[in-house]
Design a protein around this ligand. Structure first.
Ligand SMILES: [Zn+2]
Ligand SMILES: [Zn+2]
Length: 202
């Protein structure tokens, strides 16, 4: 797949066109190429640590990373360090090596001063801004030479250790009847219940 096609699909997944998810796609593609690996379809190959935090602008970055690398919340092969940075460390679990890729401020002044970001600053949601204005901003980063927008670290060895594997199986809660992963069932008298029904804390 062409990089541009990946970008378009990532926007479709993300729900709107924005610079942060676009640079997430670029960071993800760069990390995959540097490690010489492909987007993963399972949880056993790659793990990604994203440095984004909570409740701040630019969290969109993580969706570009998820779509591109295949490291997703659903597979459980992505985690957040919560430092509020636009950076990832992509780990090849099998070869136990990793690379860190981070967003460089090179063109950020241009992005921040774009008409899209001015409108965002006025509280207009991204879905209500014309796509042309969004693309103008995205292209500032997408068309830039890599060295202006990303810092790519050297490959480092990364001790992953063993995975515990997935625990399979679902069972219905004896109280509400909803399906629960077996490891999340709690014993109450002679019944096994989901956590909310059991009244126990996690
Ligand atoms: Zn976004
Ligand atoms: Zn229940």
């Amino acid at each position: 797949m062409e990089d541009k096609e990946i970008l378009l699909k990532a926007f479709e997944f993300h729900g709107h066109i924005c610079w942060a998810s676009a640079i997430g796609v670029r960071a993800g593609l760069t990390a995959l190429r540097k490690l010489g690996v492909r987007r993963t379809g399972s949880s056993g190959e790659l793990h990604c640590i994203v440095e984004i935090g909570e409740n701040h602008g630019a969290q969109c970055f993580i969706d570009g990373v998820q779509y591109t690398t295949g490291c997703t919340l659903g597979k459980g092969n992505i985690s957040k360090s919560g430092w509020g940075k636009l950076a990832i460390t992509l780990i090849d679990k099998k070869k136990e090596r990793a690379v860190r890729v981070s967003y460089k401020p090179g063109r950020h002044k241009m992005v921040a001063e774009s008409s899209f970001m001015k409108k965002r600053g006025m509280g207009i949601p991204p879905t209500q801004i014309a796509p042309e204005e969004a693309w103008e901003m995205v292209n500032m980063l997408w068309d830039a030479p890599e060295s202006e927008v990303l810092t790519v670290g050297d490959i480092i060895s990364y001790d992953w250790g063993d995975d515990f594997g997935e625990i399979m199986g679902l069972k219905a809660c004896d109280s509400c009847g909803e399906m629960v992963s077996k490891v999340y069932l709690r014993v109450v008298g002679d019944k096994s219940m989901c956590i909310p029904c059991s009244g126990y804390g996690r």
